[in-house]
Design a protein around this ligand. Structure first.
Ligand SMILES: Nc1nc2c(ncn2[C@@H]2O[C@H](COP(=O)(O)OP(=O)(O)O)[C@@H](O)[C@H]2O)c(=O)[nH]1
Ligand SMILES: [Mg+2]
Length: 168
């Protein structure tokens, strides 16, 4: 199953993926120009997790994804203005993905860096995700353990299994 991770630069995409796959945290930017691909089995579902660095790379590797994780920097949720910017970004990204990826993938939103500031406007994002019927997770790649971060991938695996059963 191909899973792609997208989001703005420095949102915390690579750290999120590395915590989930390698259980490591790197306190600096790495692989800024690469597309990293990791393989890992989550509750019986073999996943190929793609972590492109730039938005150009994101657009070229997205096709064929059965699930896409939109990662955002939850430390932005401390101000209303940055929360509004974030909601605009999420709306654009969601519209773009729904239009361009066929067949339509499972979409998940993940806020990361929850350790940095209190997420004062978290409810705005959670409400938005509820309206769009997209599952939302809040994590810290720095301090959460691998089990907590992997909730996202277990959710994707479970939802995919349910969809397959429904089709059969
Ligand atoms: N405090 C904190 N910093 C983080 C977390 N995740 C990422 N960072 C930092 O945010 C910066 C960007 O992270 P990175 O994963 O490379 O972002 P990417 O460009 O979206 O792949 C790096 O300096 C990371 O150390 C987190 O959960 N908590
Ligand atoms: Mg990265």
């Amino acid at each position: 199953m191909k899973v792609c991770v997208v989001g703005q630069k420095k949102a915390g995409k690579s750290c999120f993926v590395r915590r989930a796959v390698l259980n490591k945290f790197y306190d600096r930017l790495l692989d800024e120009h690469n597309v990293s691909v990791y393989n890992k089995n989550f509750i019986g579902v073999e996943m190929e997790i793609w972590d492109p660095s730039t938005s150009e790379q994101q657009n070229t590797v997205l096709q064929g994804s059965q699930a896409i994780i939109i990662v955002y920097d939850a430390s932005q949720l401390v101000y209303s203005a940055t929360t509004v910017d974030l909601l605009q970004y999420l709306q654009l990204e969601l519209d773009h993905l729904k239009k361009t990826i066929v067949p339509r993938p499972l979409l998940v939103v993940v806020g990361t860096k929850s350790d940095l500031y209190p997420c004062l406007h978290l409810q705005d994002i959670v409400r938005w995700c509820d309206e769009k019927m997209v599952r939302h997770f809040l994590v810290s790649a720095r301090f959460d353990d691998i089990y907590a971060v992997c909730r996202v991938f277990r959710y994707i695996a479970t939802t995919r299994n349910k969809t397959c059963c429904a089709i059969v």
